[in-house]
Design a binder for this molecule. Structure first.
Ligand SMILES: *[C@@H]1O[C@H](CO)[C@@H](O)[C@H](O)[C@H]1NC(C)=O
Ligand SMILES: *[C@@H]1O[C@H](CO)[C@@H](O)[C@H](O)[C@H]1NC(C)=O
Ligand SMILES: *[C@@H]1O[C@H](CO)[C@@H](O)[C@H](O)[C@H]1NC(C)=O
Ligand SMILES: *[C@@H]1O[C@H](CO)[C@@H](O)[C@H](O)[C@H]1NC(C)=O
Ligand SMILES: [Zn+2]
Length: 475
């Protein structure tokens, strides 16, 4: 017995990441569980189990660097909960007390389906593994961990840690080379302008009403990953993108979750290089409400992707490199769909040369100009630069700035060493009052279709510049 309880002991590390970390502690590099937001910085989580690595880490990192020796309950899932980068004024609207938060999170953990608690809590087992004002790490029953987003305070988000670690990777110089080459030769291309200007704004207005259920016909109440609404949305997105000439598939990544929708336009040239643009079609609503229309989050990014597909079809675009249009599910539970897909591509040694995620592109606060927000921390600087430059060329009406709003599906690709970044609706934190709220409809004050459209143009033009393209011959 003693031997097995020793074997179960792991050292959990929540560490600021820097370039010397892995030189000093090489044993960490294969025990990486992802990047997480902690207040205004980014930390990496590691869990090490070999006696050598535990000992080495204990001598190297002090308790003040947030290391914990843990023995999470057997069969539990680890869940990171963090406060998001939202505007202070918005935070004040929902006062939050850490103790009642812990109670509700742990309450969910212990009731569970059929009221029974599956986790056995022995003497050495801990549930709260790390805690600070703006983030906590808890061990939970797997089912409760998947449902926790339904009871979280609105401005907190949860991320399920992967079950197995991956190798810590950075985006290498070689990986960024194709984007650098595009940046070097980038200039305004009238053909690209005429293609991206062909995106149809009226169609976007119509499409989003299907996704939110505002059209009264789709029957979608919610696109939360566990709902039938999400399945309806997935099938509809697939069908519409297929009509533009792509090959689409629904890819299941976790039982019970709606699938990723992955659509591919194969290259006309002999290459494995692939460019991915994406959004997430799952949504999150208000606590206790079955309604989760997700108009801005992320109906905006999803309809942007769909509008690009429709334009590819209308304009009969053929790409020189492979292009994928993807809408993910499981984003709201912690980037689960994109993590699965990025890991799969890494395992295949895929050549993803550019990835751009659109998440929340429509909300505009009164008196602010049309904006494009780019990630401050998570993302490949060259990709972010490319997006900023492309924006100046094709959507000069957007004021470009940086945002601490964090952690959408591009992170999953960036963590696997693929060049990736995000487009977002403003510089600075989230200010949308309907964020993670059942009132996140498209027909409301501040929902700006012109901004959504301008940002979709930027995403599309970035693809056209990077992939190269031609028009199919008329038949
Ligand atoms: C897009 O182009 C097609 C033909 O190429 C044209 O019929 C259509 O009106 C254009 N739409 C927009 C919104 O520019
Ligand atoms: C594409 O990848 C396959 C499998 O890794 C490889 O055999 C092939 O040579 C690659 N093609 C090109 C054009 O790089
Ligand atoms: C992965 O791809 C790179 C270049 O694209 C190649 O050098 C390497 O051998 C490949 N590795 C595997 C395991 O296929
Ligand atoms: C891209 O942006 C940088 C920084 O704003 C600027 O110096 C450069 O001239 C831009 N390049 C193009 C092609 O617009
Ligand atoms: Zn989102």
């Amino acid at each position: 017995m003693a031997a097995s309880s020793v074997a179960a002991l792991s050292l959990l590390l929540v560490l600021p990441l820097n370039s010397t970390l892995f030189l000093q502690s090489p044993c960490l590099s294969d025990n990486f569980y992802g990047h997480y937001k902690l207040a205004d910085s980014t930390v990496g989580i590691f869990k090490v189990s070999t006696p050598e690595c535990i000992e080495d880490s204990q001598t190297r990192f002090s308790v003040s660097q947030a290391t914990t020796l843990v023995n999470p309950p057997i069969g539990s899932s680890l869940l990171w909960l963090e406060q998001e980068a939202v505007d202070d004024a918005l935070l004040q609207t929902e006062p939050f007390t850490p103790s009642s938060f812990y109670d509700s999170v742990l309450g969910l953990e212990s009731t569970g389906a059929n009221g029974q608690s599956v986790l056995h809590l022995g003497d050495n087992e801990q549930r709260i593994l790390f805690s600070s004002e703006q983030a906590i790490l808890v061990a939970m029953r797997p089912q409760a961990a998947l449902e926790v987003d339904t009871i979280l305070p609105r401005f907190w988000r949860s991320t399920l840690l992967p079950e197995s670690p991956s190798t810590y990777r950075v985006v290498s110089d070689d990986a960024v080379e194709p984007v650098r080459r595009v940046l070097e030769t980038l200039r305004f291309n009238p053909d690209i302008a005429s293609v991206v200007n062909n995106i149809s704004l009226p169609q976007i207005r119509q499409d989003i009403r299907f996704l939110t259920g505002e059209d009264g016909e789709s029957g979608i109440l919610s696109r939360h990953s566990f709902t039938t609404g999400a399945l309806t949305a997935a099938a509809w997105i697939k069908k519409n993108i297929e009509e533009s000439g792509a090959n689409c598939r629904l890819e299941l990544f976790l039982e019970g979750f709606a699938p990723n929708v992955i659509c591919r336009y194969s290259a006309t040239k002999e290459t494995n290089d692939t460019i991915i643009i994406s959004g997430h079609y799952d949504s999150r609503g208000s606590f206790g409400s079955a309604r989760a229309p997700g108009g801005d989050d992320d109906g905006s990014g999803t309809t942007g992707i769909l509008s690009i597909a429709r334009t590819i079809g209308r304009k009969k675009i053929l790409f020189h490199k492979n292009v994928e249009l993807v809408t993910f599910a499981g984003e709201e539970q912690g980037l689960l769909g994109s993590r699965a897909y990025a890991r799969e591509l890494r395992a295949q040694n895929a050549s993803v040369i550019l990835m751009i995620q659109a998440d929340m592109t429509a909300y505009r606060r009164a008196q602010e100009p049309l904006q494009l927000g780019l990630p401050e921390r998570i993302g490949t600087p060259e990709v972010t630069q490319l997006i900023a430059n492309v924006s100046a060329l094709y959507s000069p009406e957007l004021r470009v700035g940086y945002s601490g709003a964090c952690c959408s599906d591009h992170q999953s690709f960036w963590e696997q060493g693929f060049p990736a970044s995000q487009v977002f609706e403003r510089a600075g934190p989230i200010v949308d009052p309907m964020y993670h709220n059942s009132g996140d409809l498209s027909d409301r004050e501040g929902f700006d279709f012109n901004q959504l459209y301008a940002i979709a143009k930027v995403q599309f033009a970035s693809v056209l510049h990077t992939a190269g393209f031609e028009f199919a011959a008329e038949d």
